[in-house]
Design a protein around this ligand. Structure first.
Ligand SMILES: Cc1cc2nc3c(=O)[nH]c(=O)nc-3n(C[C@H](O)[C@H](O)[C@H](O)COP(=O)(O)OP(=O)(O)OC[C@H]3O[C@@H](n4cnc5c(N)ncnc54)[C@H](O)[C@@H]3O)c2cc1C
Length: 312
């Protein structure tokens, strides 16, 4: 057990965590970064990342995150391949927080940057995970362009699904929107917007029951929930928009979370309701959920922590 009080513990190894580490390390905060159950974060399950600036011909998600890791190491970030299992967050300004590693040892730190991300919800179908980046997607902004001029499907009836369908309708030939219930959960304004789009075809009371294709997605089998009739639809992209779960189980009862479990941060910043605890990336962002916004808020969190440590 280490008795030394650290300045900066970063929980998470996605774009937010590594960006925070690079800034914190260059400010001499000697950060320790815990990698967690998904080293490199969500981008490691995708193929090409085409929308991260600085890579004119794109870069694979794994290579991008490996580069981030190397950059953090270059400035002597201590990277630990373990998961945080419990935290005790102080209410005092300048207070010390306790961080438990895999139910074994504790470390103490005046500052914590939470970058634990989120995870998309799955339909639970065969090939759904295998075809991520090969036709199956959880993000129209990220992958819509790969399906330019082609037919795609969106699953979901909430705000995000309708926004994804609306975004895709500008790029793709036809968008098929499958809603399990016979109504939308999305706002009226969004419903009105998509009802005006000629190339969005809405199917209420339908669900996707099979993902088809050998090496990549070629089509889907859909079923009408009322009469149980099935159909096959040939599409190049399937966008699953049934929600994300932020990785905030650790912080329940200690940090202010919104109704969906996202950490609430100060507007325009990264401070949480506990002094010295900052949050960055998808874990505090139910709206944008991009690598670049995660990296941006990771940078903000490190700068916010540096200022906090200077004051306390
Ligand atoms: C399939 C797919 C494709 C995508 N494609 C793109 C794209 O092309 N462009 C784009 O901009 N965005 C894309 N995104 C979104 C992008 O991946 C996320 O916005 C981004 O990764 C969020 O970064 P983050 O650092 O907040 O968290 P994440 O990347 O989610 O990383 C979270 C990290 O926290 C760690 N962690 C969680 N709990 C603990 C714990 N208890 N202890 C220690 N560590 C913990 C995990 O191990 C992980 O390393 C894609 C997402 C998916 C799922």
């Amino acid at each position: 057990m280490s008795k030394k009080i650290m300045n900066c513990v970063i929980i998470g190894s996605g774009p937010a965590g590594y960006s925070a580490a690079i800034y914190a390390a260059r400010a001499d905060l000697n950060p320790i970064l815990f990698v967690g159950f998904q080293p490199g974060g969500q981008l490691t399950v995708t193929t090409d990342v085409d929308n991260y600036p600085g890579f004119p011909i794109g870069i694979s998600g794994n290579e991008l995150m490996e580069n981030c890791k190397k950059q953090a190491l270059r400035f002597n970030t201590l990277i630990i391949h373990k998961t945080i299992t419990e935290v005790y967050l102080s209410n005092q300004k300048g207070g010390v927080h306790f961080i438990n590693i895999e139910n074994k040892e504790n470390i103490e730190s005046k500052g914590i940057i939470i970058a634990t991300g989120s995870r998309p919800k799955f339909l639970g179908l065969d090939k759904e995970k295998k075809f991520i980046g090969l036709g199956v997607s959880f993000c129209a902004t990220c992958d819509g362009y790969f399906h330019k001029g082609k037919d795609v499907a969106v699953v979901g009836g909430g705000d995000t699904a309708l926004e994804e369908a609306s975004y895709l309708s500008k790029i793709c030939k036809n968008v098929y929107l499958f809603v399990r219930k016979n109504y939308f959960r999305a706002s009226k304004a969004l419903q009105n917007r998509i009802l005006k789009k000629k190339n969005i075809n809405i199917f209420f009371c339908y669900q996707v029951i099979e993902i088809m294709g050998d090496r990549f997605l070629e089509g889907i089998k859909i079923m009408n929930n009322k009469d149980k009739n099935t159909k096959i639809l040939f599409i190049s992209g399937l966008f699953i928009s049934i929600g994300h779960t932020p990785n905030t189980e650790l912080f329940k009862n200690q940090l202010n979370l919104d109704k969906n479990g996202y950490i609430i941060v100060e507007r325009g910043g990264t401070s949480t309701n506990k002094p010295g605890v900052f949050a960055a990336g998808d874990v505090q962002d139910p709206i944008y959920r991009q690598a670049i916004t995660s990296a941006g808020t990771g940078c903000m969190a490190a700068l916010d922590l540096e200022r906090y440590l200077y004051l306390y």
